[in-house]
Ligand binder design. Structure first.
Ligand code: SAH
Length: 346
C-alpha cells in the first residue's frame, strides 16, 4: 500500500482500483505515511507559508434546498440577512488593514442580490485594492453571468462539486438539480479563465469508498487550482440533522492524497475541520493544507451564516484575530503571509 502512496507522489494519478485499495485498506500507519509525505511535498513547494483569505459571507438567503445545508430555503428558523454594498466594502477595508490580499465573497443563491450589483461590488473592490484578488462563491449561474463576473475583475471562483457520483448527488439534493449541471459550471468557469476551486464534504450521508474514488478521479480530471474539503457536520434544522459527522482521520487522509495528486494546489484547512476537532486546522496543515480562510463578515451576522451546527466564527477563525491565528500556527512551525497566493507551478 505504501507503494501506492509513493506512486501517487511521483505520478500524481491513480486508477479507481488503486484509490479504492488505499481507501478501503487504510490503516493508521498508512495514514501517517501519507500525511507525512504530503506535509513534505507542501513544505517543498510552499515552505511553511500559509496563505490567508478574508471570507465575507455576504448573504445567507438561498433559493436552493440542499439537504445538508443550514441555509436551505426550507429552513424557516434561519435568520436571513444580506449585506449592502457599503457593508461589503467596509469588510474589505477592515481586511486590507489586517493584511488580507484576497477577499472571498460567498453567499447563498440569492436572487435579491442581482448580478449587476455583484459585478459593481467586484469592480469597486478591484478599483480600491488593485493588489488584491477577488474570489466569488455564489453557486451555479449561466455561463454568461460567470463571464460578466470575470469581466468585472473577479479572479477566482469556488464551487464544490459536493459529490462526483450521480446517484449520491441525488441523495444530497432535491429533484431538479444535477451533478452534470454543476460539473458544467466548473468547466465553464475554467474555460473563462478563473482560478477554480472545487471539493466535497467528507462523510456526507450515503458517501461510500466508491463515491470518494469518483471524487478523487473527477478532481484529477478537472485539475482545479484550489480544492476545499472538510467534514460534513449536521445542522439540526435540516433533513440530515441526526446524521453523524464526518471523521477527522478520513478527512486528513484525503487532504494528504489530494496534496500528493496536486502538489501545487491551494488546499484550505477549512472551518469545518476546525469545528470538528480542537486543533483540527493545525492537523490539516500538517497533512498538506496551505490556506486558511478567516471570517471577515460583520460580527452581528456571523452566527446567522450557519451552514452546520456550532460553526466556528470567533477565536482564531476571526479575521481580526490574526495574531491568535499566527500564534497557533507558530506552535507548529508555520506562519501566515500577506501575499495574494495565486496558483503557480514552480
Ligand atoms: N452557495 C454556494 C456556497 C455554499 S456554502 C455554493 O453553492 O457553492 C460552501 C460549502 O459549505 C458548500 O459547498 C458545502 O460543501 C459546505 N457545507 C454546506 N453544508 C455543510 C454541512 N452541513 N457540513 C459541512 N459542510 C457544509
Amino acid at each position: 500500500m505504501k507503494q501506492l502512496i509513493d506512486k501517487l507522489r511521483t505520478e500524481h494519478s491513480l486508477t479507481r482500483e488503486e484509490y479504492k485499495a488505499l481507501l478501503s485498506g487504510r490503516t493508521e500507519e498508512l495514514e501517517q505515511y501519507a500525511r507525512e509525505l504530503a506535509r513534505q511535498v507542501t513544505v517543498l513547494n510552499f515552505g511553511t507559508d500559509i496563505y490567508i483569505r478574508g471570507l465575507i459571507e455576504f448573504t445567507n438567503i438561498c433559493k436552493r434546498d440542499c439537504y445538508y445545508c443550514g441555509l436551505r430555503r426550507s429552513n424557516t428558523l434561519c435568520k436571513r440577512y444580506r449585506l449592502t454594498d457599503e457593508e461589503i466594502l467596509a469588510c474589505c477595508e477592515n481586511g486590507y488593514h489586517l493584511g488580507f490580499r484576497t477577499f472571498v465573497l460567498q453567499g447563498g443563491e440569492d436572487g435579491g442580490f442581482t448580478d449587476d450589483e455583484l459585478c459593481n461590488v467586484v469592480k469597486e473592490i478591484k478599483k480600491r485594492y488593485p493588489d488584491c484578488a477577488v474570489t466569488l462563491s455564489v453557486g451555479e449561474r449561466p455561463r454568461e453571468i460567470y463571464q460578466q463576473y470575470f469581466d468585472a475583475g473577479a479572479d477566482r471562483y469556488l464551487l464544490r462539486h459536493e459529490t462526483a457520483d450521480e446517484e449520491h448527488y441525488g441523495k444530497l439534493h432535491p429533484a431538479g438539480v444535477s451533478l452534470q449541471e454543476r460539473k458544467q459550471c466548473l468547466w465553464d468557469l475554467k474555460e473563462i479563465g478563473f482560478q477554480v476551486g472545487t471539493g466535497f464534504m467528507v462523510g456526507s450521508p450515503y458517501q461510500t469508498v466508491e463515491t470518494l474514488c469518483s471524487d478523487l478521479l473527477f478532481i484529477e480530471e478537472l485539475k482545479p487550482q484550489m480544492i476545499g474539503i472538510g467534514p460534513f457536520i449536521p445542522h439540526k434544522d435540516t433533513p440530515f440533522g441526526n446524521e453523524p459527522a464526518g471523521a477527522l482521520d478520513l478527512t486528513l487522509f484525503l487532504i494528504a492524497l489530494l496534496r500528493l495528486a496536486h502538489p501545487f494546489a491551494l488546499l484550505p484547512a477549512t472551518t469545518a475541520v476546525g469545528t470538528l476537532a480542537e486543533g483540527g486546522r493545525e492537523l490539516a496543515i500538517l497533512s498538506g493544507a496551505n490556506v486558511v480562510m478567516p471570517n471577515l463578515s460583520p460580527n452581528m451576522h456571523r452566527k446567522d451564516y450557519s451552514l452546520y451546527d456550532n460553526k466556528l466564527s470567533d477565536g482564531a477563525e476571526a479575521a481580526e484575530a490574526r495574531d491568535a491565528l499566527d500564534a497557533r500556527l507558530a506552535r507548529i512551525g508555520y506562519q501566515t503571509v500577506t501575499a495574494r497566493g495565486d496558483y503557480q507551478e514552480v
